[in-house]
Design a protein around this ligand. Structure first.
Ligand code: FES
Ligand code: FES
Length: 157
């Protein structure tokens, strides 16, 4: 039987408590304990970015973080972008540009793009490519994803 701990943290602006096995990842906690399944599990090894969340203002692979290390942290997931103006703009642009195929990479890329655009509000396409270089997409070839992020950054999405 695995050892469990109760932790408290802020999740998408809401103070949250969860009881988690000490060996559980932050990603598994989000999906299986808290019930937020927008953040995706793919490689589980920090290679693909599908599990990207923001932790205390830093883009983080939640598959590589222990849930217990979320104690007292501020977490933002794709669900937390639903009422965020830039998050909404990105989501709309992804749909309008046809940047979503299977959609498995999309939450991680939108979270990463939102975080990155806040620090780089007027990027070139080459800069956008570098901004999302840690996020893999098996379907789209990236062109439409970059189109979408560019559209959102131009404020016309
Ligand atoms: S699932 Fe975390 S980086 Fe791939
Ligand atoms: S849309 Fe399928 S992995 Fe990106």
């Amino acid at each position: 039987m695995s050892l469990k701990r109760e932790i408290a943290f802020v999740l998408n602006g809401v103070r949250t408590r969860a009881t988690v096995p000490v060996e559980m990842s932050a990603l598994a906690m989000l999906r299986e304990v808290v019930g937020l399944t927008g953040t995706k599990y793919a490689c589980g090894e920090g290679e693909c970015g599908a599990c990207t969340i923001i932790v205390d203002g830093l883009s983080t692979c939640s598959c590589l973080m222990f849930a217990v290390d979320c104690e007292d942290r501020d977490l933002t997931t794709i669900e937390g972008l639903a009422r965020d103006p830039l998050g909404e703009k990105l989501e709309r642009a992804f749909v309008e540009c046809g940047a979503v195929q299977c959609g498995f990479c999309t939450p991680g890329i939108v979270v990463q793009a939102k975080h990155w655009l806040e620090a780089h509000p007027h990027p070139t396409r080459a800069e956008i490519q570098r901004g999302i270089e840690g996020n893999l997409c098996r379907c789209t070839g990236y062109v439409k994803i970059v189109d979408a992020i560019e559209m959102a950054s131009r404020n016309d999405a």
